[in-house]
Design a protein around this ligand. Structure first.
Ligand SMILES: C[S@@+](CC[C@H](N)C(=O)[O-])C[C@H]1O[C@@H](n2cnc3c(N)ncnc32)[C@H](O)[C@@H]1O
Length: 260
């Protein structure tokens, strides 16, 4: 398969690319450095970037965005970069239907197959996630007894999707809010730098970036979601002040930054 991210030098390839994470793992799992991460990395370099995602995956990210929309006097452009098969932007819209005339929501991903799937809006799981979010079948989706979830045409029209590689260039239009969730951890320092520079250029003045941050060292969890994540204030972003400082009961939190 062709490499989905053109420039392989931007991706994580060696344990030194995520040495903070490995150092920490090594403490609790001696010998860790030579184990699973290399397999994960080998796979993603061979087969492409992992596309794992889920509906309603990060409620904190959604509430940060919602708060910002509520105080904005203008229509807000929101993008999910690395949207995979669309679950993230669709969930955001579904959870904020009351704001649908105040937002324009877009999904971007480097993987054209994921974008095609997102546009189709058919999934072989998901009904339970909508129901758990208090959204029943009807105008947004139908779920059959086999577990197939089909989004309605009118609902799909609330999100646009486009293939885009954020490590190569800024988005075609300025955004007020960008979700960048579960993406940066796959990149080496250089890749994160290039992606973040393009993201910064994609944001409107004082635009907001919402992504993971890892203010404390994680312990014992080997999910890539917990890989080392730097504070983005050295990349031309400021942190949104304390009232946004919620965190999960996990060694990671979702942080909102604004463009300086
Ligand atoms: C693990 S998924 C995360 C999906 C979703 N954001 C979530 O948190 O559930 C990572 C996604 O980022 C996409 N991605 C990776 N590098 C990218 C890039 N340079 N530009 C755009 N999308 C990228 C991958 O194709 C993949 O679909």
């Amino acid at each position: 398969m062709a490499k989905l991210v053109d420039n392989a030098r931007l991706l994580r390839t060696r344990d030194t690319d995520f040495s903070g994470f490995c150092d920490m793992q090594e403490l609790s799992n001696p010998g860790y450095r030579s184990k699973p991460i290399h397999h994960i990395l080998e796979d993603y370099r061979k087969y492409g970037m992992p596309t794992t995602t889920i509906f309603f995956g990060d409620p904190l990210a959604f509430s940060l965005a919602r708060e910002a929309i509520l105080i904005s006097p203008n229509t807000v452009n929101i993008s999910s970069i690395g949207c995979s098969s669309g679950e993230e932007p669709y969930s955001f819209v579904a959870a904020n239907l009351d704001l649908s005339d105040r937002v324009s929501v877009n999904g971007y991903d480097v993987n054209p197959n994921s974008i095609e799937k997102a546009r189709k809006g058919k999934y072989n799981y998901g009904g339970e996630f909508f129901r758990d979010a208090g959204i029943l079948p009807g105008t947004i989706y139908q779920a059959d007894t086999e577990g197939l979830l089909t989004l309605s045409k009118s609902f799909k029209q609330l999100v646009t999707f486009q293939t885009h590689d954020i490590s190569q260039e800024p988005l075609p239009e300025k955004q007020d809010i960008i979700f960048l969730l579960n993406v940066l951890q796959w990149y080496a320092a250089l890749g994160r730098e290039e992606a973040l520079s393009n993201i910064r250029d994609s944001l409107s003045e004082k635009g907001m970036l919402i992504c993971e941050s890892r203010p404390v060292k994680p312990t014992g969890d080997i999910s890539p979601y917990y890989w080392w994540m730097e504070d983005l204030t050295s990349f031309g972003f400021g942190t949104v002040p304390a009232k946004y400082g919620h965190s999960y009961d996990k060694p990671i939190c979702t942080q909102a930054y604004y463009k300086l």
